[in-house]
Design a protein around this ligand. Structure first.
Ligand SMILES: [Zn+2]
Length: 354
């Protein structure tokens, strides 16, 4: 299954007229919905604020479990109307609704994220790597998940961060104080945008802090740990600082190359140039998937509903001896890449024709 909703969810296809009147104190909690026009920018802040202000844990939950299709559809509604559905806003901030028990995707990989945004733990004999930090109250969930898995926090050696939006790096400051031997990794552009976003958040209702840059990684750089090689692939587009990471995942005697694509959505697009960068980045990822040597065959997404994470988890749980590993699916990855590219090309056409 391939769902294009993240790339669609903030694409404006009609004029917006939403006012901020019901949202007295806008706050850039979710991936900034800045766009090419001021009105879009204002709209974004309204939407973000609505997420923050409608987090009522006692409300009935929007979804049963964490179903990719319905979540994607809700985000599509968001993109289509430009208005955050109130039930989606409530759900995004609902700690109980977002809760996911940690589970093992591969022999060396555990999912430790929440429903709408991922965190992945890749284990090696020499220590572990965490991809992305979650944010706000969900960092407690991440730490609880690591505890459930009996992970010694001192064994986490690197935290690879995909880009500077709060939902992927907002937990860095808390984790910095909890992971004594971890070094935090991002590109310079990623560190810069994270610092900028954290600074902007200070005037809102939910400020978050960003740590100082530690390891600055660049395109093609690798981190070796315990026999696994983590390669950074700069994939600007979702943001200018977006970076994807490839690494090995183990399934019994088989090793596959996996990718966590650093950013999928077009929600933070501010210029046609950024869309062009996005398209080039998609092509760069495509080259990884079609490579002759160790092609990428697995996508461990940083937003699981983009490619059926929950449903694949359920299939994996029902796997019988001899069955293929459901996450090893290059065709699904190719389809997703194709859809991401298509969405960006359409958006670029729209922007250029204005
Ligand atoms: Zn983002």
């Amino acid at each position: 299954m391939s769902i294009t909703s993240i790339s669609d969810f903030a694409v404006s296809r009609k004029p917006f007229s939403l006012t901020c009147s019901q949202v007295p104190e806008p706050h850039p909690l979710v991936c900034n919905f800045t766009s090419m026009t001021l009105s879009m920018k204002r709209l974004g802040k309204c939407l973000l604020a609505s997420i923050v202000m409608t987090t009522t844990p006692a409300m009935a939950q929007l979804f049963e479990g964490c179903p990719s299709g319905p979540i994607a559809a809700k985000f599509q509604e968001f993109g289509r109307t430009g208005e955050m559905p109130s039930d989606l806003g409530q759900w995004l901030g609902n700690v109980d609704a977002q809760h996911i028990e940690p589970w093992s995707a591969f022999d060396n990989v555990d999912y430790v994220g929440i429903c709408w945004v991922s965190a992945w733990l890749i284990r090696t004999d020499a220590g572990h790597v965490l991809i992305d930090t979650l944010y706000g109250p969900f960092v407690d969930q991440l730490l609880e998940n690591l505890d459930t898995l009996d992970v010694d926090l001192a064994d986490i050696k690197y935290v690879l961060m995909t880009h500077g939006h709060f939902d992927h790096v907002g937990g860095a400051a808390t984790l910095k104080s909890r992971l004594p031997d971890a070094q935090f990794v991002m590109t310079q552009a990623g560190w810069d945008e994270a610092a900028r976003n954290a600074a902007e958040s200070q005037i809102g209702r939910r400020p978050w802090d960003m740590i100082q840059p530690e390891i600055v990684i660049s395109d093609g750089d690798t981190i070796e740990l315990g026999g696994n090689t983590f390669t950074a692939i700069e994939t600007p587009g979702h943001t200018w600082g977006t970076t994807s990471y490839t690494y090995d995942v183990e399934d019994e005697e088989n090793t596959y190359r996996a990718i966590t694509i650093g950013g999928l959505g077009l929600n933070a697009i501010e210029s046609p140039a950024q869309l062009e960068a996005y398209i080039q980045s998609v092509d760069k990822i495509l080259a990884e998937v079609t490579a002759e040597e160790m092609p990428v065959q697995v996508h461990l997404s940083n937003h699981g509903f983009s490619n059926g994470l929950t449903e694949n988890y359920q299939k994996l749980a029902a796997r019988q001896p001899g069955d293929e590993h459901v996450f090893v699916n290059p065709d699904a990855l190719l389809e997703q890449i194709s859809e991401l590219r298509k969405g960006a090309v359409e958006r670029l056409d729209t922007e250029l024709s204005r």
